[in-house]
Design a protein around this ligand. Structure first.
Ligand code: 6GU
Length: 228
């Protein structure tokens, strides 16, 4: 997969790709990530990329021209499955979106700033808009990093144990059950006997029950999701 990230502050998102599972995916060439500084496509020599909004109102809006130049340059080199715009006024990222995107070949992620981007960018280029939750960040960069992490770990071959993504929270719209490791008794706080029983059928059943219990207590909305 190739991911092209267009940002006003690309430096803000580089470090998540330098650690742990995501770094391993990059090192194994399972994903290639390119960062593009929108400022390079500025409309004048002073680096102008935004302007006041028509109709008045606070906050600057990213202009269409720099975005058009950048996206058009990328599109002249390859075709993209998705051109995603990160913005709070969009459907919220969930595991099924991450699953879908993990099978894409090439994607562009455009991150906004200030008051967002000229609507004509969204109309002309964007195939999918994604928010990462109901709160406002100062820019889309961190949201793009979150999206990339969620997607990249699902690319086949990235996780060492292929089954481990299948047992994550949300894969079946359930939160993950509790987990324990050594020691089995820490200052009188004991691990549930069933996990030490060696009876894997019973352990699976217990984990499922715990997942349902946790989900109904913390996120009952997940149990009502359509794709359950
Ligand atoms: Cl994608 N961008 C910004 N700026 N804020 C957000 C967001 C995105 N998702 C949630 N809040």
């Amino acid at each position: 997969m190739q991911i092209d990230i267009i940002a006003v502050h690309p430096e803000l998102i580089k470090s998540p790709f330098e650690y742990s599972i995501i770094k391993r995916a990059v090192d194994k060439n399972l994903v290639e990530v390119h960062f593009h500084d929108l400022r390079k496509y500025a409309v004048n020599k002073y680096g102008k990329i935004d302007d006041y909004q028509f109709g008045g109102g606070a906050g600057m809006v990213l202009m269409i021209e720099p975005v058009d130049k950048c996206i058009s340059e990328l599109q002249s080199q390859r075709s993209y499955d998705e051109i995603i715009y990160m913005t709070p006024d969009a459907p919220t990222l969930d595991q099924s979106m991450a699953n879908q995107l993990s099978s894409a070949e090439n994607i562009i992620i455009l991150t906004g700033h200030y008051k967002g981007v000229d609507q004509r960018v969204r109309d002309k280029f964007i195939t999918r808009e994604i928010s990462i939750g109901d709160y406002v960040l100062s820019g889309g960069e961190l949201a793009a990093a979150v999206l990339c992490d969620a997607v990249i770990r699902l690319i086949p071959g990235v996780l060492g144990d292929e089954t481990s993504a299948l047992t994550d929270s949300f894969q079946d719209n359930l939160l993950a059950p509790p987990v324990y490791t050594r020691p089995s008794d820490y200052q009188g706080m004991k691990v549930p006997d069933i996990l030490l029983s060696g009876n894997f059928k019973k352990i699976d059943d217990w984990r499922y029950e715990q997942a349902v219990k946790r989900t109904s207590e913390i996120r009952p909305d997940l149990l009502k999701k359509e794709d359950n």
